[in-house]
Design a protein around this ligand. Structure first.
Ligand code: GN1
Ligand code: MG
Length: 383
């Protein structure tokens, strides 16, 4: 859907006012409101430079309900973008010429606190000639997404996890997410628990599997790495013409974590052609050809640095994070919709049910998925 180009009115002047705080030269032409994502407020602003060139920038407010320490988020993002730029320059290739870059604000930092505009803002380059998909449409996109996130992980695989801090503690700690859900059921602040008894009963039977990855991590069987933590299909920009991956975006949750949760979130969003909002659950299925392309793309980039334990859990991670995100939607539903942006009263319950349906579909296919990963790894070893 084409976006409204706002040249005047309160939103346009707000965008111009915020843009004015950053090192952007030129005359403000128009602003657009980008509505993707459940968390941050995002605008795009277009400027006309003195040379008559149009340049576009992304202005984004960091949601401080979700990110309690926005400065920590920005420090993590700065370290990762700097490392990727350094690495790609050394290798004399870069991500199609458009790595994610932060623009400084007045005062010299890469962010600015504007209390009258709701808090902390930062400015990125707009990645031109690209687009994103909210839902995957074909296996080629699945391959590209897997490959882009795999390359991203590979590029930062030599960073010291201790250099970054946990901007949301225990972000992907599934047993803790389950405990939080049970606390919300107990509190039942707006009397919604009665609507999700079937889901809660099912989760109870699944719960013995929730701690598998964090237990392996605690036992030293899975390495802590710097990870992206939000590897949805719409966080990779694809070339408008060729659909080739150009850039991974939304780095707010880069922090120490498990590579497996990143792959899992790709399985969650790149193997099912229905959106998180789909209410017809017969459409919410994991499609094996999409999984195959996704895994192929991912392992083409990541097979070298992953450990055998990580490889063995790739398919399971898809099931685990899908269940986890479902639990987070359900928790927010019970808490009164404070975390995720919603468009209708039952939105979070719909999303939760959708994710549980997808988890069931993944569960049914786990043996096939695992078998395919083993096959791919065999072919990498032969090469
Ligand atoms: C949120 O805002 P968005 O859509 O990039 C959430 C992710 C969830 C996702 C579910 C910081 O990401 O963890 O997987 O919604 N981000 C945060 O669609 O909580
Ligand atoms: Mg995000």
């Amino acid at each position: 859907m084409p976006l409204n180009k706002l040249t005047e009115g309160p939103v346009a002047s707000r965008i111009a006012r915020i843009g004015d705080q950053f090192a952007i030269s030129g005359e403000f032409l128009y602003g657009e409101e980008l509505c993707n994502g459940h968390i941050n407020t995002t605008y795009r602003a277009c400027y006309l430079t003195e040379d008559g060139v149009k340049e576009r920038y992304i202005l984004q407010r960091i949601n401080d309900y979700v990110f309690k320490d926005p400065v920590m988020v920005m420090k993590n993002v700065e370290k990762v973008t700097r490392h990727i730029r350094w690495k790609t320059m050394r290798r004399r290739k870069n991500t199609a010429g458009q790595p994610l870059t932060l623009y400084p604000a007045r005062g010299g930092r890469n962010y600015i606190n504007l209390p009258e505009e709701g808090g902390m803002w930062r400015c990125y380059n707009n990645i031109e000639g690209t687009h994103t998909y909210d839902v995957v449409e074909n296996t080629r996109q699945a391959y590209q997404a897997g490959n882009a996130f795999g390359s991203f992980q590979e590029l930062i695989s030599d960073m010291n996890p201790e250099d970054l801090r946990e901007s949301i503690p225990d972000f992907h700690n599934t047993p803790k997410r389950y405990e939080a859900l049970l606390r919300s059921v107990e509190a039942d602040v707006i009397g919604r628990a009665v609507n999700c008894e079937a889901e809660l009963a099912m989760l109870k039977t699944w719960s013995p599997m929730f701690s598998r990855l964090v237990d392996m991590q605690a036992a030293g069987e899975l390495p802590t790495r710097i990870t992206h933590n939000d590897t949805k299909i719409n966080n990779v920009m694809l070339d408008e013409e060729t659909d080739e991956a150009v850039c991974v975006i939304d780095l707010d949750t880069v922090m120490p974590g498990l590579a497996l949760y990143d792959f899992g979130d790709m399985v969650r969003t790149a193997t099912c052609t229905a959106s998180e909002d789909e209410e017809d659950l017969s459409q919410v299925v994991m499609q094996m050809p999409f999984f195959e392309s996704l895994a192929e793309g991912y392992l083409d980039a990541a097979h070298d640095f992953l450990t055998q334990n990580e490889i063995d859990q790739l398919a399971f991670a898809g099931w685990l994070i899908t269940t986890e995100i479902g639990m987070r939607f359900l928790t927010d539903y019970l808490d009164g919709d404070k975390y995720f942006r919603i468009e209708k009263p039952e939105h979070n319950l719909i999303r939760a049910r959708n994710q549980f349906a997808l988890a069931r579909s993944i569960q049914t296919n786990l043996p096939r998925m695992e078998k395919y990963i083993r096959r791919l790894m065999k072919s990498h070893k032969k090469k």
